[in-house]
Design a protein around this ligand. Structure first.
Ligand code: PLP
Length: 372
């Protein structure tokens, strides 16, 4: 009996990516859409996601590091592409040669980039990042006038845009959003005074969905293109990732038998247990032990006892299950499956962390969707 179901697999629905991008683009009709595919496309695979996003209506791509940008260029993806975070001293000549735009948050990095560009005989296309209150990446307000002035003077620097990032856009109405928007407006004024005529971008997925007044020239959408909804309101987003396994072994146990390391769960009555060969090494957090359900045999069933490195155990009651039966760890609520969001809520984290954590050497990744 060969050709079993994959032991552990995430399938990525590229139709869902295209659908989500089209939905977001329709919500921001006056802005260009930059699909954010950092962290290997939030764990979905940067290259296939980038291609699907461009098919769905994205006109630009965004990543964190220069190395991530080069991966996309090496794959033959030629769309406008921005990277915005590397260490000082990073050699930007490869990305400049690959026609990648660079996000800059400080004067030293700007000068280093200008030197790299001069050496290559090109102009570096730059998006200057201003910190409007996230207090993470971005140029502090006090240093911004100097940064825009120098950027305007340097012949090797072509400032295409200014941008900033919101701290609380996933809490619509949070007062920091307007405060950041106000500081962004001041930063724009200062850029104009320095002689720049930059495009502007501020909105992440949440602001794209809830703050049309903050769309400006480009929206930078990440999580929503993967079908995870960052805002409280209902949206027609389709989760692109489904995490599957299958039943490896079935056994009947008597009442009073305890299950898995530490014997944290004891069968209250005779029951059927299904062993699923995935565990924390495959992206099922051990912290979900006793708090996790999987979709198996047409219903959601409880995982009992501890989640181990390579396996977990499902209580199937008196239902007939067989080795090889498919199991969905998380997928889509509209198919009755648990979701990455359920995991995140149970763990006290966000679905970003769940899906991004699914890039595991032991988990096969496959792509589905028309055009595949
Ligand atoms: C990650 C990131 C985004 C995307 O944010 P989402 O909440 O995933 O839409 C946008 N802009 C910057 C600067 C980012 O780092």
């Amino acid at each position: 009996m060969h050709n079993p179901a994959p032991r552990a697999q995430v399938s990525i629905d590229l139709d869902a990516i295209r659908h989500n991008v089209a939905l977001l683009a329709a919500r921001a009709p006056t802005a260009a859409l930059m699909a954010v595919v950092k962290a290997d496309g939030y764990g979905h695979g940067a290259i296939p996601v980038a291609r699907a996003a461009l098919q769905g209506g994205a006109t630009a791509l965004g990543v964190a590091s220069a190395a991530e940008a080069l991966v996309l260029r090496t794959a033959g993806i030629g769309a406008p592409l921005l990277c915005w975070l590397d260490l000082p001293g990073t050699d930007h000549r490869p990305v400049l040669q690959a026609d990648v735009e660079v996000g800059i948050s400080d004067l030293d990095s700007l000068l280093a980039l200008a030197a790299d560009a001069r050496q290559l005989g090109v102009r570096a296309r730059v998006h200057l990042k201003v910190d409007t209150g996230l207090n993470r990446n971005g140029c502090p307000a006090a240093l911004w006038p100097q940064l825009v002035r120098r950027a305007a003077e340097l012949p090797d620097i072509d400032v295409r845009a200014i941008f900033s990032h919101l701290a609380c856009a996933d809490e619509p109405g949070h007062r920091s959003i307007d405060a950041q928007a106000h500081r962004f407006e001041l930063a724009h004024q200062q850029a104009l005074e320095a002689g720049l005529r930059p495009a502007r971008h501020l909105a992440n997925s949440a602001a794209t969905l809830t703050r049309p007044d903050l769309h400006f020239d480009v929206v930078r959408t990440g999580i929503a293109i993967y079908g995870c909804n960052p805002v409280p309101q209902q949206e027609d987003l389709r989760p692109a990732m489904t995490f599957r396994s299958a039943v490896a072994l079935v056994k009947r146990v008597a009442a009073g038998e305890s299950v898995s390391y530490g014997h944290t769960w004891t069968a209250p009555r005779e029951c059927t247990l299904a062993l699923v060969p995935v565990g924390y090494a495959d992206g099922v957090p051990r912290g979900l032990s006793g708090r996790l359900r999987v979709s198996l045999g047409g219903a959601q069933r409880h995982v009992v006892g501890r989640v181990c490195m390579d396996q977990l155990v499902v209580d199937c009651g008196d239902t007939t299950v067989s080795p090889g039966d498919p199991v969905v760890l998380f997928g889509r609520a509209d198919r009755g499956e648990p979701t990455a969001r359920n995991w995140a809520d149970t763990l006290g984290t966000i679905d970003y962390e769940i899906v991004t954590g699914m890039y595991r050497p032991r988990v096969e990744r496959v792509y589905v969707g028309a055009g595949q």
